[in-house]
Design a protein. Structure first.
Length: 141
């Protein structure tokens, strides 16, 4: 069985197309060695990635991804265990290019990813407000 993980994150700083290509090239080589396949979409400020492979390899890879300083605000969209087959059997890592017409066609996807990040920020703000309210209530007792 395989594990498939889908996540989105925000760029820590602007990355050029060449830098993103470099990320994909290194990931493709590394992923091929550990039996991971996947796809990376980079919009100019948001990453969306799907990785799939043996569960231990995905666990180790995702821990490394979370520590990568080139992005932040990692939001796991879906973590599937016991996946029977790969979506990307021939791609150790492939980039979806959002330049030109592809970017225009995928504009709704970009807006969805940006909305997910905004919802995550809103959720974090509400959670902090809730914690503060509870703390204040407990402090009164």
């Amino acid at each position: 069985m395989l594990r498939r993980l889908k996540y989105t994150s925000l760029f820590a700083k602007d990355l050029s197309a060449q830098q993103i290509d470099g990320i994909v090239q290194v990931a493709a080589q590394s992923n091929a060695r550990i039996g991971v396949s996947g796809v990376l979409l980079a919009t100019g400020r948001v990453f969306f990635q799907i990785i799939e492979g043996p569960p231990p390899a995905i666990e180790t890879l995702f821990a490394r991804i979370r520590r990568d300083p080139r992005h932040h605000s990692v939001v796991v969209l879906r973590d599937e265990s016991e996946v029977a087959s790969r979506l990307f059997p021939n791609w150790s890592m492939r980039k979806i290019d959002l330049s030109g017409s592809a970017g225009v066609r995928l504009r709704p996807v970009i807006e969805i990813l940006e909305s997910i990040q905004e919802l995550q920020r809103t959720s974090e703000r509400l959670s902090r407000a809730l914690e503060l309210s509870i703390w204040r209530e407990l402090a009164v007792e």
